[in-house]
Design a protein around this ligand. Structure first.
Ligand code: PMP
Length: 411
């Protein structure tokens, strides 16, 4: 126990802190939907490391793929120069999965050849997408949405729709306009000067906000009318989380640039963006090497990602998320009916949010769950929403147990 206390003290002493209230679970190991702490306590993970561990923690096939690659080679050269078989294999697999989703979303109409540019984090994927849009269109302006979240580097922060997070870091990118999310009439403000519109299909950090069904099709149409590129940020919604491979499939539209991250690497840091070959081409000329990365597409992460995609595909995890999501949502709605602290249950698939009456009720709930071994959390832009996003491999029994814990806390 003394060791545990000293470890916690060192965590506070040596690691830069991001808040005064870290959750503080002291991790020993993790497997499936569970995190096992050093004191032996087991926690059911209902946030998936924030939408990362869609196939569960430390999936044996991912671990095996990592081990195999580690024995062969680690970093050999910056991205884009050497031919690395594991990187090529991942790109081929990912492109085929995304192209199939583009075709499903457009009833087979979509034509083209996508390419994948690998990066290391969600925010870097968005940085690349913004630069690509500027260079391809020759335009400067970006449109983004109020309460969006796209990452914490300066470019992504510039299109993040929350003033309190932007203000301390200004000046940021000029020429960014924020429109209300879900408001079709506001889309008229997108004009011929806009390089790109960046949008989460379902806003995560805003508190799991699903737009009205007409919104994304209207946005796609407006972008086409004025020649602006549509960047969909599926860093959080991608890879089955919402009950489809990608959230855009719910609305029958496709982006010009798709950004991905989080669950892609099966627990390893890997992200990236996809666009048609003729768009991506502008990064290779005038001047060449105008967007490069040392570690993007690291071979160990690519090996892990290929294994993760194989698991998602074989186990049909997007569909499973839809099925389990419906069950979980029904159970949460029953709680909401019985306990007036809960105002609303919303979301799609296994990307769900519980809105509470007050900030205090939210905090009490999250803390109470943690004390009883269930990990849930908040979202960045609101203090009244609890995020519910278990791994897509969650079982009926695990959901049943989680609901019991929640009910115990609400009582
Ligand atoms: N975009 C979205 C929609 C996200 O939810 C996040 C992370 N919460 C990011 C981008 C940034 O990802 P990262 O932390 O990997 O930079």
């Amino acid at each position: 126990m003394q060791d545990l206390e000293s470890l916690k003290q060192k965590f506070l002493r040596y690691l830069a802190q991001t808040s005064d209230e870290p959750m503080g679970v002291v991790v020993e190991r993790a497997e499936g939907c569970w995190i096992i702490a050093k004191d032996g306590r087991r926690y059911l993970d209902f946030i998936s490391g924030i939408a990362v561990t869609n196939i569960g923690h430390a999936h044996p096939e991912v671990v095996q793929a990592i081990k195999r690659q580690v024995e062969r080679y680690l970093h050999t050269m910056v991205y884009g120069e050497f031919v690395q078989d594991v990187q090529v294999a991942l790109a081929e697999k990912l492109v085929s999965i995304v192209e199939a989703a583009f075709k499903r979303a457009t009833n087979g109409q979509w034509r083209g050849e996508l390419q994948y540019y690998p990066t290391n984090s969600g925010t870097e994927a968005n940085e690349g997408a913004l630069k690509l849009a500027r260079k391809f269109t020759g335009r400067k302006k970006f449109v983004a949405f109020q309460n969006s979240f796209h990452g914490d580097t300066l470019g992504s922060l510039s299109v993040t729709g929350r003033e309190i997070y932007r203000k301390p870091f200004e000046p940021l990118l000029p020429d960014v306009v924020f429109l209300p999310f879900g408001d079709v009439d506001a889309l008229r403000q997108i004009d011929e000067t806009v390089a790109a519109v960046i949008c989460e299909p379902i806003q995560g950090e805003a508190g799991i906000i699903v737009p009205p069904d007409e919104f994304l099709p209207a946005l796609r149409k407006r972008c086409d009318e004025v020649g602006a590129l549509l960047i969909l940020d599926e860093v959080q919604t991608g890879f089955g989380r919402t009950g489809k491979w990608f959230a855009f499939e719910h609305w029958g539209i496709v982006p010009d640039i798709l950004t991905l991250g989080k669950a892609l690497g099966g627990g390893m840091p890997l992200s990236g963006f996809l666009a048609r070959r003729e768009i991506m081409r502008v990064f290779a000329e005038n001047p060449p090497l105008c967007h490069v990365t040392t570690f993007g597409g690291h071979p160990v992460c690519c090996a892990a990602a290929s294994a993760a995609l194989q698991v998602m595909e074989r186990e049909n995890l997007p569909e499973r998320a839809a099925v389990m999501g419906t069950k979980l949502r029904d159970a949460l709605e029953q709680l909401a009916n019985r306990y007036p602290q809960i105002v609303e249950v919303r979301g799609k698939g296994l990307m769900l949010g519980l809105e509470f009456v007050t900030k205090e009720a939210t905090q009490t709930f999250v803390k109470g769950c943690l004390e009883r071994g269930l990990i849930v959390g908040g979202t960045l832009h609101t203090e009244k929403v609890v995020r519910i996003a278990p791994p897509l491999v969650i079982t009926d029994d695990e959901i049943g147990w989680a609901i019991e814990v929640m009910e115990g806390v609400l009582k």
